[in-house]
Write a protein that binds this ligand. Structure first.
Ligand SMILES: Nc1nc2c(c(=O)[nH]1)N[C@H]1C(S)=C(S)[C@@H](COP(=O)(O)O)O[C@H]1N2
Ligand SMILES: [Mo]
Length: 421
């Protein structure tokens, strides 16, 4: 055994003296055939470097995939699948398992067929090719994208048994793009006059067009016209070759296959911002222009798809937190359904409008837990309970459900989606 291992063991022994986990580790080391016998992978060569020009996850990870809920939508062309957040770590979502939401399916649009038009109240209407866009100064930023309908099925009660399904309309990527401001300035905003009451209308090249109105103030602030995610081209399903990134605001505004930006003197009041993506309130009226995604968090492990399977002793509770208003400043974890709270360790939590990862390194000895997490952001906002949200929103809402989620952990380590009354 190397000195490195001896030292690491010494540290573990000090930290976890007498724990079940350490005892199990010691017993295994003496009789474990994986240690005492010669294995294939130590005896033969592996794959040549020519085996996979572009790599996929190893087959043992084949269950870390996007999944859908067939009964949710009538048709898989206008539908949604969910990020396997229960099985991911850190904060960056790989494109290959980042949720998809299409209103008319994912289209295939080649760079050479791509055009982006800017028209309306501009000095000079312009049409850009993809190659034109590559010549503008670009920036890199990490942002979360959450569909406003994320957790929307939970308004009426605990419905779906897994963080992937309750909270998986969520991804977080590093985008490379051109500030919207740069392109608007290229077209010239002199003709628009006073910008305070101006808007842009953005639409995609797919059959749905998914048109949305965005106030000029936001357009000139941090909106990106993006063409790369996590260092590589956008995937087809995320809007290849160009999509809009609208930091902190509901996913519906992140128009994919972006084809047109029109400067307007008011909102267009499109389908996606009137009959959809408005919030029905307790009294039956609907609230519109609820763009910002309020602070929210969820424990990803343990959770229904990620039960505790290693017996008693040390356990890592972990999850994600995010806020469309800026940075996550604190996340608390409760094991007793919100009666008492412990402050979690924030790791990768300082990027505004990006996912934060939190950990509570703790012990579990078979006692029942009612696990919850509660996020706070830099505005001082605290993630609300479902009861508090229902007082305003009733039970017929769909969008913008950022309530505290509860997982019940049973004596066998299994976890279930429950609602506390
Ligand atoms: N052109 C176009 N853009 C679109 C959509 C669409 O159907 N067409 N869906 C929107 C919705 S509702 C969401 S939540 C996000 C999802 O982005 P993703 O599929 O990359 O996860 O894209 C938005 N942009
Ligand atoms: Mo969405």
């Amino acid at each position: 055994m190397s000195d490195g291992n001896t030292t690491r063991r010494g540290v573990l022994r000090g930290a976890l003296a007498g724990s079940a986990a350490l005892a199990a580790g010691r017993a295994a080391a003496e009789s474990d055939p994986l240690i005492t016998e010669l294995q294939d992978w130590t005896s033969f060569g592996g794959d040549p470097i020519t085996a996979r020009p572009y790599g996929l996850p190893i087959r043992f990870e084949a269950d870390v995939i996007r999944r859908n809920v067939p009964w949710l939508t009538a048709d898989p062309v206008s539908s949604i699948n969910f990020t396997p957040i229960h099985a991911l770590e850190g904060t960056i979502t790989p494109q290959g398992c980042a949720f998809e939401r299409h209103h008319s399916g994912a289209i295939e649009l080649a760079k050479e067929n791509y055009r982006l038009m800017i028209n309306g109240l501009v000095d000079q209407p312009l049409v850009f090719s993809y190659a034109d866009l590559e010549r503008f100064p670009r920036e890199n930023h990490v942002y979360f994208c959450e569909c406003a309908a994320n957790t929307g099925m939970e308004w009426a009660g605990a419905q779906l048994n897994g963080a992937q399904f309750t909270h998986g309309m969520l991804h977080n990527m590093e985008y490379t793009g051109i500030p919207m401001r740069t392109l608007l300035q290229e077209a010239g905003l002199g003709a628009a006059g006073d910008l305070a009451d101006k808007w842009i209308y953005v639409e995609g090249a797919d059959a749905s067009s998914n048109g949305r109105s965005i106030p000029m103030e936001k357009a000139l602030d941090d909106v990106l016209v993006a063409f790369k995610a996590n260092g590589e081209a956008l995937r087809k399903e995320h809007g290849y070759p160009v999509r809009l990134v609208v930091p902190g605001w509901e996913g519906n505004m992140w128009v994919k296959w972006l084809r047109r930006i029109e400067v307007t003197d008011g909102p267009v009041e499109s389908r996606e911002e009137t009959s959809k993506y408005t919030d029905v309130l307790e009294d039956g009226t609907a609230r519109k222009w609820t763009w910002v995604m309020d602070a929210k968090s969820v424990i990803t492990s343990p959770s229904p798809q990620q039960p505790i399977t290693h017996g008693h002793g040390p356990v890592v509770i972990t999850g994600l937190a995010w806020s469309g208003h800026g940075k996550i400043t604190r996340v608390d974890v409760s094991k007793d359904g919100g009666m008492t709270w412990e402050t979690a360790r924030l790791d990768r939590g300082s990027d505004p409008k990006a996912l934060a990862r939190f950990y509570l390194d703790t012990e579990w000895n078979g006692e029942p837990w009612l696990l919850q997490s509660r996020a706070m952001d830099e505005t001082g906002y605290v993630q609300p309970t479902k009861a508090a949200l229902r007082e305003v929103r009733g039970e017929n809402s769909v969008y913008h459900n950022n309530c505290i989620q509860t997982w019940a952990i049973a004596a066998d380590g299994s976890a279930e989606n429950v609602e506390l009354s």
